[in-house]
Design a protein around this ligand. Sequence first.
Ligand SMILES: *Cc1c(COP(=O)(O)O)cnc(C)c1O
Length: 394
Amino acid sequence: MTKKKPDTTTHPDTLLAHIGRHPQDNHGFVNPPVIHASTVLFPDIETMIEGGQRYTYARRGTPTSDALEEAVSALEGAAGTRLAPSGLAAIAVALQSCLSAGDHLLVADSVYGPCRNFCNSVLNRFGVSVSYYDPLDLDALEAAFRPETRAVFTEAPGSLTFEMQDIPAIAEMAHKRDAIVLNDNTWASPLYFKPIEHGVDLSIQAGTKYIVGHSDVMLGTVAASERAWKALEKTHGDMGMCAGPDDIYLALRGLRTMGVRLERHMKNALEVAGWLSGREEVAQVFYPALPGAPGHEIWKRDFAGASGLFSVELAPASDDAVKAFINALEIFGLGYSWGGFESLLTWPRPKAIRTATSWDAAGPLLRLHIGLEDPADLIADLEGGFAAFNAART
Ligand SMILES: *Cc1c(COP(=O)(O)O)cnc(C)c1O
C-alpha cells in the first residue's frame, strides 16, 4: 500500500517535514537527490522539436528546483513559486514581473535598503516611476495612487525600524485599483505570516535568512497568487533566473527544522527584548511581538509568531559610547544578514535612506538578531556592553 502524502491542510510542522520530497520516486531515500545539470537529453528529434518532456534545460527547472518550489508553494498557499540566487534578486524579478515602462510603483518608506536602491536605479532607468509612502499612514497611501499605479511594495515589519503595515487594508486598497501587492515577508517567514491569505500577490522571502538558517547560502523565493503567477513564471524564465542545486538542497534541508528554530528564536528574542526594555540605557525596543511595542496590535491580529530580529533605540549617546558598547560584545557578531543560528548586531542609520517619513530618534539605533544561544549568555554579553557604554558616556 502506498502511504498518503500530507496535504496542505496539515499542521505547518508536519508540512515542513514532508513537503517537496517523494521518497518512493527516489528508491525510498528520504531526501531527494541533488541534480547537477545544464544539458538534458531528448530521446529523439521529435521530442526535442516539440519540447515534449518535463525537463528541457536545467535553467528552466530540474527535479531539485521543483522540490523547493513545491515546498514553498505548499507553505505559502501559492499558485506557484520561483527561485532566485538571492533575496534581492527575488525582489527584482518580482517587481519586473508586474511593471512596465510608464507604470508607477508605490514603495513603503521603511523598506529594505537595497530594494529601494533597485527601484531608484534599475526600475527608474527602465521608465518606471517610484514613490515612497509612510508605511503607517493609510490615508496618505490612498492619496498617493495614480491612474498608472500598477504595484504596491510592502514589508512588515519594516527593515531596521519595524513598522507594522496593515497588509489586508493595503491589499484591498490596491486591488480596487487593479494593482499588484508585493510583500517582503522575510522577517516572519511563511510560518508566522501568510501573505497570500492576507491579499498579497507576490510573497518574497530572502531564503538566505530563516529558510536556509545557517548563514551559508544566498537564495530567494517568490510565491505568487493566481493573478500574479503567469507573469512571474514568464518574467523569471525570460530573465534566465535560476538558483544552484547545492544551494537549493541546503534550503530544503533548512526548511525541515525551520519550525523548531523559529520557535526558539522567538522565545530567546522575547526574553532579551523584555530585558532590554527594562534597562535605563534603552529608550525604546522595536519588536512587534513585545506587548506595548509599536505595531504589537497588528502583529497580534495577523501574525502567528515572531522571529529573532529587532531594533533598540539607546539613550542619546556619543558615537564613541556606541562603539564602546559594540566592541565590548563577545557573543554577538558584527555582520550583515541574519536568520542563522548565531546572534548578530548592526548599527544602522535609517535617517539617511528615508524620503516620505523622517527618522528623528534622539538616540542611536542598534539592530539585533537573537540566535539560538542561551539567552542568559546573550543578556550577560549585553550587560558587558552596557558597562562599557556607561563608562564611555561619563
Ligand atoms: C536580507 C534581506 C533581503 C535580501 O536578501 P539577500 O539574500 O541578502 O539578497 C531582502 N529583504 C530583507 C528584509 C532582508 O533582510
